[in-house]
Structures are given as C-alpha cells and as structure tokens.
Design a protein around this ligand. Structure first.
Ligand SMILES: [Zn+2]
Length: 253
C-alpha cells in the first residue's frame, strides 16, 4: 500500500541548481526544490491543473515532475519508510503523423493519458480551453510549444496561420516524416499542400498493386494492354495530324 504526498520541505539536495521556481507556487510552498535538470532562470514554470504539487509545465514547452516523498508502508520484511523521488524533466513522445508532442501524466493518484503538451502549456499559462477553440501554433511547427507560439483560437484562425506560413520550411507533412521545403511541396489548386515524398511513396504503392494484379489476373492484364495500345495510337495519331497541319501551312514538318 503506497500513498503519496507532495514534498514540502526545505532540505533540498545540495546539487539543486534551480530552486527558485519563479511564479510557480504560493509563498508557503516556495521552498520546494527541484533537484535535477536545471532550467534557465528565464524559463517560467506553472503547475499543471489537476496535478498541482506533482507536475509542472514551462513556457518553453517542457514538463517536469517535482520532488516528492512516497510513504512505503509495507517494505519486504522491514519497517515502513519515506522514499524520496527527485523531480526531473519528463520525456515527451512525438505523434508519428501529427508531429506534435504528447505525454502521459500521473501524480497524486490521477492519470491523464496522452495529453497534448501544447494544451498543457495553454491550460497552465492562459486558462482552460474555451469550447469550440483549438490550439494554434503561430509558426505552424507542431512541436514548437513555446508559450509565445501558442494561443487558443478558432479553426479559422488555425487555417489562417497555415495560409500565412504557406511553404514554411519548418512545417511538416501529415506523416510527420518530411518537411515542407520548397522542393518537397506540391501546391494544389485549392491552396492545400501535398508532400512530394509522401506523394511519390503513395503512387509507388498504387503502381505496385496494379503490377501485382496484372500478374495474377489475365483478363485485367489484357484490358491494360488494350488501353495502352489505344493511348499509343491516339498519341501517334495526334502527332501525325499536327505534321499534316504544318505541311498544309507550308512549313517543314
Ligand atoms: Zn511526407
């Protein structure tokens, strides 16, 4: 049986380098320490709503746990004791398609699975998400979760950002694998962008499927051959017609 309480003590580890924790806690808790992963003094931290005393998020888009004590009431054959857990910067996961950062939060007996880090930043520094709003990344880079880059906005705001950043070298395609660089971007007539690398891969997949079917389905293969032949004759017919026209106009063919 384990129970957890937030650490409210002043005996911070000697190696603690950033225990100032500006603007994160009311005064009576300001002596809580963060032992590892020093952060620049300019980095601002706020408690994550629902996980106060356990987890914090910064205006640079980082998430950290706080020092805490766990009461281990049943140790194997020994006496109950308090166990110290040091706070640290938590690893974040990158969504394979969206390219955004997410993380599973736990603390104080609560769990919030797969929370989007950009949501955490805004919830802690701005306030809860207004209904109907979504999180807008001003520069369209899904893993740039600095507070200055984020705001709650409407779907239209988000689309406006995308339009304003059209061709941005930093934005990534849907798969998250490629950047929308100048060379890798196909601009569609409706204003949308298509990733050239993904496009190439998708077409290769379709072509491979067609090849397989031609091998295994003789009727389909025959149909394909007929179409190819027709296309060839139609092309050569067009070329011959153009030659005829040129000759009739008195120019060399
Ligand atoms: Zn792509």
């Amino acid at each position: 049986m384990k129970s957890t309480v937030p650490l409210i003590k002043s005996d911070v580890a000697a190696d603690a380098t950033n225990t100032l924790r500006p603007l994160t806690h009311p005064l009576e808790q300001s002596k809580e320490g963060l032992s590892v992963n020093a952060t620049p003094e300019s980095e601002q931290w706020r408690p994550i709503p629902g996980f106060e005393g356990y987890l914090e998020v910064s205006d640079q888009g980082r998430v950290r746990s706080l020092d805490r004590m766990t009461y281990v009431s049943k140790s194997r054959g020994g006496n109950p004791y308090w166990r110290r857990h040091k706070g640290r910067i938590l690893d974040q996961m990158t969504h394979p398609r969206g390219g955004y950062k997410y993380i599973t939060l736990s603390g104080g007996g609560k769990v919030r699975p797969n929370a989007k880090v950009h949501h955490l930043v805004l919830e802690a520094f701005v306030g809860p998400r207004p209904s109907g709003m979504e999180c807008c990344h001003a520069n369209d880079t899904p893993d740039d979760n600095r507070l200055v880059n984020l705001r709650w906005g409407t779907r239209e705001d988000n689309e406006a950002d995308k339009a304003a950043n059209g061709g941005s070298a930093q934005a990534r395609c849907k798969s998250g694998e490629h950047e929308y660089t100048l060379e890798n971007t196909i601009h569609l007539k409706n204003g949308a962008r298509r990733c050239r690398a993904c496009n190439r891969r998708d077409r290769a997949k379709v072509n491979e499927r067609i090849r397989q079917r031609r091998r295994s389905d003789p009727a389909y293969a025959e149909e394909c051959r007929r179409k190819e032949l027709a296309a060839y004759h139609s092309r050569s017919g067009e070329i011959n017609a153009r030659r005829r026209d040129r000759r009739a106009a008195g120019r060399p063919a």
